[in-house]
Design a protein around this ligand. Structure first.
Ligand SMILES: [Ca+2]
Ligand SMILES: [Ca+2]
Ligand SMILES: [Ca+2]
Ligand SMILES: [Ca+2]
Length: 134
C-alpha cells in the first residue's frame, strides 16, 4: 500500500513536469529565441547558431537567414535574384544570408533554399515595416 501511494505520488510529479513542459514558451525551431521574438520563427537562427543570431541587416523584422526578399514584396523570386547578383562585389551585406560577414558561396546556397518561398515567417508583429521596432 505504501509502495502504491509512492508510485501514485511519482506519477503525479511526473504529470506536473510534463504539464510545465507543454506550457513552456513556444520555440518552434529550437534556437532558444521564443517564437514571439524570433525574426525567423521556423528557421533556427538563435544564439545556438553562431553569427547569424537574429541578424537583420535591412531591419525589416525578417532575419537575414530567412530573408532573401530584397524588393520586400513578400516573396523570393527572380526579381530578388537579380538584386542578389547585383550585391556581388558591392560590399552591401544585406545579402549576407549566413551572417558570416561575407557575401559568398554560402549565401548563394542559402538563396537557392529560400527561392520561390514566402519571406520569413517572422514572429515579430512589426515584420514587414522598416525599421521594425518591436
Ligand atoms: Ca525560435
Ligand atoms: Ca529562428
Ligand atoms: Ca531582413
Ligand atoms: Ca521579392
Amino acid at each position: 500500500m505504501r509502495l502504491g501511494s509512492a508510485a501514485i505520488g511519482m506519477s503525479f510529479v511526473l504529470g506536473l513536469a510534463l504539464a510545465a513542459e507543454a506550457g513552456s514558451i513556444a520555440d518552434r525551431d529550437g534556437d532558444l529565441v521564443p517564437d514571439a521574438f524570433d525574426n525567423c520563427v521556423e528557421d533556427a537562427n538563435g544564439p545556438n547558431q553562431g553569427l547569424i543570431n537574429q541578424l537583420d541587416t535591412n531591419a525589416d523584422g525578417y532575419g537575414n537567414w530567412c530573408d532573401a526578399d530584397y524588393n520586400n514584396d513578400g516573396r523570393v523570386d527572380g526579381a530578388d535574384f537579380g538584386i542578389f547578383v547585383s550585391f556581388f562585389g558591392s560590399g552591401d551585406l544585406t545579402a549576407d544570408l549566413t551572417g558570416n560577414g561575407l557575401f559568398d558561396g554560402g549565401d548563394f546556397g542559402r538563396f537557392i533554399v529560400l527561392f520561390n518561398q514566402p519571406t520569413g515567417p517572422s514572429g515579430l508583429p512589426c515584420a514587414g515595416t522598416i525599421p521594425c521596432v518591436p
